[in-house]
Design a protein around this ligand. Structure first.
Ligand code: C2E
Ligand code: MG
Ligand code: MG
Ligand code: MG
Length: 292
């Protein structure tokens, strides 16, 4: 009896594994066609001046509208895109789309903003990456200082030299660079000093428990002091409550990104926000994402 129960359990476990790998298999197959089938779109999440609540910029976030599964979260498909190398063409699409969109807003006479785009390490290490960035920026007609590239600490693991060199080249072009999810990877002081970053984005995990866990408070204060000494701008991500906002404002964090002000929203909705420039209330009108 115990044997067969054991077998049942094993079977149950392996079949759920199969579902997982089946899903992954179909997703990676579908991912290959998604670009041609126009299934990707971008949403924009405002970056807000902590003091004035003005919109200073936006982060472009990719969305995949899968014909069978509905909206698939980037945390589910970006890792697959990275494994399969599809992140390179997908990332180029994101960059082109974000630059074009920003130029459109600018041409409409809206307040000028910087749009930031996430880059995976595979993109950074791509042959001729600078040429493709140059080409996309030029075609869009946007001025390079209106573009920011977000990279993560993990990009430097085993590629330190290449990535540092690339950042030097981006700086020459006046393209901005931010270090995303700061504090979750190998946050090295040496890198912070060497990189000449424009911005550090403090990961939302530190903000979640800001009021209950005093250690997180101290970590955020430390990062803010450090960034100030290094003349680096700080954005805190994941700000959801008035209390978190008040704390960060008091601690002189320059910029905030989080549901408290706005969720990621479609371009049309963002355009309306930008017209007013000021973020007054948190807009939670946006449709809930249906994740698989
Ligand atoms: P990220 O670059 O750190 O982007 C911020 C993520 O945190 C977004 O999730 C955003 O919706 C979420 N977020 C921001 N504020 C709050 C908040 O107050 N509360 C909560 N609960 N969440 C908040 P999203 O859009 O699901 O993106 C997840 C990750 O997927 C991104 O993290 C980024 O690493 C990756 N990603 C998204 N778009 C792209 C892309 O075009 N290229 C690449 N390579 N990665 C991307
Ligand atoms: Mg990001
Ligand atoms: Mg982040
Ligand atoms: Mg991330």
């Amino acid at each position: 009896f115990s044997k067969s129960q054991g077998r049942d359990q094993a079977q149950c476990y392996s079949s759920s594994l199969n579902i997982e790998s089946f899903k992954k298999f179909t997703l990676s197959n579908d991912l290959r066609k998604a670009l041609d089938k126009n299934e990707f779109f971008l949403q924009y999440m405002p970056r807000v001046d902590t003091n004035t609540t003005e919109i200073l910029g936006a982060e472009a976030l990719i969305r995949w509208n899968h014909p069978d599964w509905g909206l698939v979260s980037p945390t589910d498909f970006i890792p697959i895109a990275e494994e399969t190398g599809l992140i390179v063409p997908i990332g180029e699409w994101v960059l082109r789309e974000a630059c074009k969109q920003n130029k459109q807003w600018q041409d409409m006479g809206l307040p000028p903003i910087t749009v930031s785009v996430n880059f995976s390490v595979q993109q950074l290490l791509k042959q001729n990456i600078l040429q493709s960035i140059d080409q996309i920026v030029e075609e869009s007609g946007i001025s390079p200082d209106r573009l920011e590239i977000e990279i993560t600490e993990s990009s430097f693991i085993s590629n330190e030299k290449e990535v540092i060199q690339l950042l030097v080249e981006l700086k020459k072009r006046k393209i901005k660079v931010s270090l995303d999810d700061f504090g979750t990877g190998y946050s090295s002081l040496y890198l912070l000093k060497r990189l000449a970053l424009d911005t550090i984005k403090i990961d939302k995990s530190f903000v979640e428990e800001i009021l209950t866990d005093p250690v997180n408070k101290s970590i955020i204060e430390c990062i803010l002091n450090l960034a100030k000494a290094l003349h680096i701008n700080v954005v805190t991500e994941g700000v959801e409550t008035a209390e978190q906002y008040a704390f960060l404002k008091e601690k002189k964090c320059n910029e905030i990104q989080g549901y408290y002000f706005s969720r990621p929203i479609d371009p049309e909705e963002f355009m309306h926000l930008l017209k007013n420039k000021l973020m007054i209330n948190q807009s939670s009108k946006t449709k809930q994402e249906k994740l698989i």
